[in-house]
Write a protein that binds this ligand. Structure first.
Ligand SMILES: Cc1cc2nc3c(=O)[nH]c(=O)nc-3n(C[C@H](O)[C@H](O)[C@H](O)COP(=O)(O)O)c2cc1C
Length: 178
């Protein structure tokens, strides 16, 4: 197990994976992390669709013009949904669960990357969210926030360089206080 600070330093997006599948224990740990994520009013507004079938991963990789093709090479993807009829903060709930899964993956030495779906369009102009709903039989009240792809890293990426941190984004006391 990594310390939390080394975990967040070492987590980088991985878009190239080996063919080695995740073990059932690894997959379970990732989903358990999602289910442990906090939600507004404890409403657990998220749902998750786990995809391992190669053909379905291939179809998911077509969900938008750019930035989804890496899903074709991952061994497991989790489609992160939020119940829009249940809460107005489904996006926040779902996003926290997604990053929990990514951090759990890193802790297991696995790679992952976020594929944004909400608000994106396919090459033909069709909504990416609706395409994913159609493909996976997802009922209409669920927003599709993102798809997180997982797998064994093809290669290690450099950890975050602390000297690159943008401290100018942090404002003390009030915004832009000079
Ligand atoms: C909200 C969000 C949406 C993202 N969407 C995509 C995406 O659609 N495709 C992709 O390849 N990466 C996507 N990423 C990954 C970012 O490109 C990546 O986190 C960023 O470039 C920083 O790199 P790092 O994760 O290696 O630190 C997304 C990340 C976030 C947080």
């Amino acid at each position: 197990m990594n310390s939390f600070s080394s975990l967040i330093t070492c987590r980088r997006s991985t878009r190239e994976f080996t063919d080695e599948p995740l073990s059932p224990e690894q997959a379970e740990a990732i989903l358990q992390a999602a289910l442990m994520a906090p939600t507004s009013k404890g409403a657990s507004s998220w749902q998750f669709v786990v995809v391992e079938d190669k053909e379905t991963l291939h179809q998911l990789a077509r969900c938008k013009k750019n930035g989804a093709s890496f899903l074709d090479g991952c061994v497991l993807a989790v489609v992160v949904l939020g119940d829009m009829s249940q809460t107005d903060v489904w996006i926040e709930d779902a996003a926290i669960a997604a990053i929990y899964m990514q951090l759990q993956a890193e802790d297991l030495g696995l790679g992952s990357c976020w594929c944004q779906v909400r608000g994106r369009l396919m090459e033909n102009g069709y909504e990416s969210e609706q395409y994913v709903r159609d493909l996976l039989d997802i009922p209409p009240q669920f927003g599709v926030l993102a798809i997180i792809g997982f797998g064994q890293k093809e290669q290690e990426h450099k950890p975050v360089d602390e000297s690159d941190l943008r401290w100018e984004k942090v404002h003390i006391g009030r915004f832009n206080n000079k």
